[in-house]
Write a protein that binds this ligand. Structure first.
Ligand code: GLY
Length: 366
């Protein structure tokens, strides 16, 4: 089933929007219990949607509202989605994106971001950029002010500085402490010790290993002119090998859009996505007739089929990691899926308001 988020019977319907002031009505719509959308309901006919729409990973609830507010005032979809994710890039509480993002193995925050503009079929990206709070803005400048698509490392930072961005310390105290905890607990064979009682042996008292995460925010939108754009931005895999880039700054992996079809983007284990160019795959599946949700599930299955290494598989031969995909099409239909799920949701906003929509899934998470 395609998620028709403009369902007039929903609390965030256009009728409700007309009754309320714009932002109040939109803000109130979040928190609505999401509908259960499982793989079994894929056969239902998608409902058509006409008008602007924005979607994002779940951490972008404010982002889609911001994007929709700008779109309604006439903004291009690219400007709208970048302004939307800027809210999360500057948020120290989100440890997966921008300022406050978890650092690499050496304690340095290295950020990745990419943008794509459907009308002009152009893209820009930065990888492994340090000290710049808004990598998505720099990715957009790469698109607008260079003849290139990707800038990385020092070159990306130099380019940002050239355009007036300040170099800042992005490592918050919260993220630094998480990194120290990871470093001190990663091995019993090295000389870093977690806090322990003086009378204990110390090394034998290691806390539970820290689970690393792949956060990220993706946001796609269609503006009033029917143009599609998207952005993905992240601090990447927590405690990664310095210099690693994930899927987020790679066009076709972390995001992709085509003005005649739709857009897709991802969060989760970037390496799996990079090896399958899943956002491109999803857009091409939608071009061939898949609904956004069916296309996202197809990409999840492709990753499961292509995951062969034993260290990445569970006892039943299934991927031992998660990846999420989010997609919309030119008709305004939206959908998302993840490999492991059951409770996952993503954010969506129309002029009628914002709401959370369930992610379909391949395997039910334990
Ligand atoms: N998907 C984010 C990353 O792997 O860096």
């Amino acid at each position: 089933m395609t998620n028709d988020i403009d369902n007039p019977s929903s609390p965030s319907s256009r009728r409700d929007f007309l009754k309320t002031s714009a932002m109040a009505g939109i803000a109130a719509s979040f928190g609505v219990a999401p509908r259960v959308v499982g793989a079994s309901s894929l056969q239902a006919e998608p409902a058509a949607f006409a008008g602007p729409i924005a979607i994002s990973s779940r951490n972008g609830q404010q982002s889609v509202l911001k994007a929709m507010e700008l779109i309604q005032s006439g903004a291009d979809a690219l400007d709208a989605v970048v302004a939307g994710v800027n809210l999360v890039e500057e948020d120290p509480e989100d440890t997966s994106v921008g300022y406050g993002g978890l650092p690499n193995a050496l304690g340095v925050v290295q950020l990745d971001s990419a943008v794509m503009h459907g009308l002009t079929c152009r893209a820009g990206s930065v990888g492994c950029i340090e000290g710049i709070m808004y990598p998505s803005k720099v990715a957009k400048l790469v698109l607008e002010r260079t003849d290139h698509v990707n800038l990385v490392g020092q070159g990306a930072q130099d380019f940002a500085v050239m355009h007036g961005f300040p170099v800042q310390n992005l490592l918050t105290e919260k993220a630094r402490l998480e990194w120290v905890k990871w470093r001190e607990n990663m091995s019993t064979q090295d000389d870093y010790l977690p806090k322990h009682q003086p009378g204990s042996t110390g090394i034998g008292d290691l806390a539970a290993p820290i689970k690393r995460h792949w956060g990220t925010i993706h946001c796609s939108a269609i503006d009033l002119a029917g143009n599609i754009s998207c952005v993905t931005t992240t601090s990447g895999m927590a405690f990664k090998v310095p210099g690693r880039i994930g899927d987020s700054p790679v066009i076709g992996a972390g995001l992709y859009c085509d003005n005649t079809v739709g857009a897709a983007g991802s969060t989760g284990r970037g390496e799996a996505n990079l090896e399958n160019l899943a956002s491109f795959l999803i857009v091409e599946r939608m071009r061939a007739g898949d609904s956004p949700q069916a296309a996202c599930l197809y990409a999840c299955q492709r990753i499961a089929d292509h995951t062969k290494l034993a260290r990445l598989l569970d006892a039943n031969g299934r991927p031992d990691f998660n990846v999420q995909f989010y997609a919309l099409n030119i008709k305004g239909e939206v959908g998302g899926a993840e490999i492991w799920g059951g409770n996952g949701t993503f954010a969506a906003a129309t002029p009628a308001g914002g709401r959370l929509v369930d992610l379909a899934y391949l395997y039910k998470a334990k």
